[in-house]
Write a protein that binds this ligand. Sequence first.
Ligand SMILES: [Cu+2]
Length: 160
Amino acid sequence: MSMQPIKRGLAALVLMGLALPALAQTTVSDAWVRASVPHQQSTGAFMTLTASSDSKLVSVASPVAKTVQVHEMTMNGDVMGMREVKAVELPAGKAVTLDPNGLHVMLMGLNNQVKEGDKVPLTLTIEDGKGAKETVEVEAEVRPLNAETGGGHDHMHMNH
Ligand SMILES: [Cu+2]
């Protein structure tokens, strides 16, 4: 509650700053990639995004994979699956988490095994409410296969 005046102050600063060169408006925290096993075709990347104005995540690229998509988990009866989403809405000031139970970045067609301790570069493209695009470079830390599993679903067995 006591945060409100501060937030309004920030919003005013952002408005006054429109004439200045664009600042990074979206912050990304806790970015990580699940380690893969040899010959595994795909793995997931996860993170928390907070945009300063209403925005959306429209694409992700990474040199470690041939194709990168944003997916959401779906339940069809008992069968867990996933499908590509065109964009992830990032409402102003709200932390949006991509985690193993929901939205995630899918790294498909891995060029090499992704090993624990590696860093995976990700380039996020974020579009604001006026259609202006911003790119955010992220170094995601590779964590062990069993990190923060939620239900233990296996991407390798899913249809893409
Ligand atoms: Cu997926």
